[in-house]
Unconditional design. Sequence first.
Length: 139
Amino acid sequence: MVTILAGALAARIVITPIDDTLSEGIETVVLRLRMPPMPLDPADVAYVIGRPASAAAYITDNDRPPPPCGLLADGTVHLCWPFTNQCFRMELSTDLVNWDGICTNRVADGAAHFLDPDATHCERQFIRFIPVPCPSDDQ
């Protein structure tokens, strides 16, 4: 668990995989935002968790290829799209008119990748990847 401090936009979370001699399949790390069990101070104003309320990343054994694009064994959807720009912004819509910015990320292995742990719970979603300048590493 991590606490996002008042006034902050983010908190750093570091996941460190262990390189062992076991041959393992794809492992998924899912992070979900949730309200604290109770306000720390009665004067605290409640906030609303926006969208997305979760994020995911996959970890592969260094002796195996990356996971396929599509539905993974744990139900997470892995979206991939060939991309030549260094960074992209991913946006989501349910009606092709209103778009929500979901994340900005770096291209890996020549493609824009996005893992959606909640996609199987949606009736219909549209995704688009938009080229953007890469943010500095200290953001």
